[in-house]
Design a protein around this ligand. Structure first.
Ligand SMILES: *[C@@H]1O[C@H](CO)[C@@H](O)[C@H](O)[C@H]1NC(C)=O
Ligand SMILES: *[C@@H]1O[C@H](CO)[C@@H](O)[C@H](O)[C@H]1NC(C)=O
Ligand SMILES: *[C@@H]1O[C@H](CO)[C@@H](O)[C@H](O)[C@H]1NC(C)=O
Ligand SMILES: *[C@@H]1O[C@H](CO)[C@@H](O)[C@H](O)[C@H]1NC(C)=O
Ligand SMILES: *[C@@H]1O[C@H](CO)[C@@H](O)[C@H](O)[C@H]1NC(C)=O
Length: 487
């Protein structure tokens, strides 16, 4: 740990600044630009009163691009990071940008605009960037070059302001153990991170540091069915910061974010209309049928660390030592798992589907013995199994409806996970058996390479889950152009 933290200090304070100065850039041949913009799935049409999301060109470029087909010679199907179009917040057109002194927001916007064009240029010119410890590369990146440049720009520029008001445990704190532990871990890591600025005038995003897990633990009165007392905690806090500081009113919360893994986070956020409509919500419960907006919200993986660290979780044998086709064990929460049990429980030795783990069978042992691991939705879309599978080298089989996958704008999940639709559960075995062995081996190897983006480190390391969440926030922030609407 000490070793790695001093080496990452070296990276941050010495090596990276050098890179930026030297601009080690190789300009290669021009790539045709595509009209890909945002992964905009299921965006509620009237969710924004003014700002319109760029609709159309959906994620899946190969099959659904409205852009002209790629030139026949290249086999590269890289996508652009969604930084092409910029949304402007409502009324911006009606307000002149004429402030007597350059407003802070305009300075912030100018730096973002610079970053935007740097990334677009790297993307256009296929310019690789130098990096002392990791260069994103491989078909599991939608566009490795754009991601890398965007990531480096984030490290150079991104500033988060954390409102200091509010006391633990409801604010500035959340439990970091248990299956929702990532909430507490990330709140804490943001608070102590070098991305935090104490100068709100310089921030790109503003963190509303409430914890829904804490609200559920400390403020919820058992058997009380009313949401409003819980929503009031969030409402009062937003009222406080919007009265005391000028930043909320400036954009009606568009550059503000909350972060929550608890199932109630969407509902609590719903109690504060502008927070729900405008702010960036970092959620485990990324259910697009419940108002999760992939273009403005951030899908956060649920990660369960039984001992509070990754120790003992990472690693597993190679494909040749995995004798079980597919594994799942867990409670029958929700309709998807019910269908899974009805179809497959105790039916087939290759398909190990259990409600209760049989005696003598080890849970993580089965992740390491199986080729594929099913990650079904339960009561909620998210489940820690997806990351457990990646940690242990089992190819995740995502059995979920309306789930927005984490880091989907950067990672091509189809290269390391299998999507099975709920209506295909009966064909589960057939679907998995139909995947050629070489393709399975490729996905398994890719999963191991992708794993670093899901790792939880103390302190965080470059490109790990903390930094990927931050990059998701950064990406959403550089995609909107904000003007002060509060004058
Ligand atoms: C492709 O686009 C059409 C119409 O725009 C849509 O109906 C269809 O679901 C899309 N397919 C995929 C794979 O995204
Ligand atoms: C904008 O500012 C400039 C100089 O500060 C001034 O001359 C001009 O009249 C202003 N325009 C508007 C529309 O207020
Ligand atoms: C981009 O650059 C890499 C090497 O840096 C090269 O392998 C690749 O073919 C280039 N791609 C395009 C589309 O020019
Ligand atoms: C922000 O707007 C609200 C509601 O319009 C108002 O009560 C509050 O005083 C404003 N805050 C600031 C800092 O002006
Ligand atoms: C996602 O949201 C829809 C709409 O509310 C709901 O019917 C569905 O059960 C949710 N999925 C999960 C797994 O929670």
């Amino acid at each position: 740990m000490a070793d790695s933290s001093s080496s990452s200090k070296l990276v941050y304070f010495v090596v990276l600044p050098l890179i930026f100065l030297s601009g080690l850039v190789i300009i290669l041949n021009q790539k045709p630009s595509r009209s890909y913009s945002w992964p905009s799935l299921h965006v509620p049409v009237n969710s924004h009163s003014g700002a319109r999301l760029p609709l159309a060109p959906v994620k899946d470029l190969e099959h659904n691009s409205t852009a002209p087909p790629p030139p026949p010679a290249t086999t590269v199907t890289e996508e652009q990071l969604p930084i092409k179009q910029v949304m402007e917040n409502e009324k911006s057109a009606r307000y002149s940008k004429n402030h007597s002194n350059l407003d802070n927001l305009e300075i912030v916007e100018a730096s973002l605009s610079q970053a935007r064009s740097t990334i677009q240029e790297a993307q256009r010119n296929n310019e690789t960037s130098y990096d002392p410890d990791y260069v994103p590369e491989g078909p599991f990146y939608r566009n490795a070059i754009a991601f890398h440049r965007s990531y480096l720009e984030m490290e150079k520029l991104f500033k988060i302001y954390v409102y200091e008001d509010g006391d633990p445990p409801l604010f500035h704190y959340s439990k970091s153990m248990g299956i929702l532990g990532i909430e507490g871990i990330l709140i804490h890591q943001i608070e102590i991170s070098k991305f935090r600025t104490r100068d709100p005038g310089k921030a790109h995003v503003y963190f509303v540091p409430l914890s829904v897990q804490s609200i559920a633990t400390y403020a919820y009165v058992r058997h009380n069915r009313a949401w409003s007392p819980l929503q009031n905690i969030a409402r009062d806090y937003v009222k406080l910061i919007s009265t005391k500081y000028r930043y909320w009113n400036r954009t009606l919360g568009r550059d503000h974010f909350i972060l929550g893994c608890h199932d109630w986070t969407p509902t609590i956020s719903h109690g504060v209309p502008d927070l729900y409509k405008n702010s960036i919500r970092v959620l485990c419960n990324a259910n697009t049928s419940e108002g999760f907006k992939p273009s403005t919200d951030v899908s956060m993986p649920e990660i369960y660390l039984p001992d509070g660290t990754m120790e003992g979780l990472i690693g597993g044998p190679p494909p040749s030592e995995r004798s079980v086709l597919v594994f799942y064990a867990g409670g029958v929460h929700g309709y998807i798992r019910q269908v899974l049990m009805d179809q497959w429980k105790d039916k087939d030795p290759d398909v190990q589907i259990h409600e209760y783990l049989p005696k003598g069978m080890s849970y993580y042992g089965m992740f390491r013995k199986s080729k594929y691991c099913i990650c079904p939705s339960g009561w909620e879309v998210a489940s820690p199994r997806m990351v457990e599978a990646l940690y242990m080298g089992c190819v995740p089989v995502l059995l979920k409806d309306h789930y927005a996958k984490p880091f989907d704008d950067v990672l091509d999940w189809s290269t390391f996970a299998v999507d099975v639709e709920v209506k295909e559960i009966a064909d589960l075995k057939k679907i998995l058996m139909a995947i050629p062995h070489e393709r399975y081996v490729e996905m398994q190897k890719t999963g191991i390479r992708v794993r670093k983006h899901f790792e939880v480190n103390f302190p965080p390391k470059r490109y790990d889950v903390f930094h990927m969440i931050l990059h998701s926030l950064w990406l959403r922030r550089i995609n909107i152009q904000l003007h002060d609407i509060s004058d």
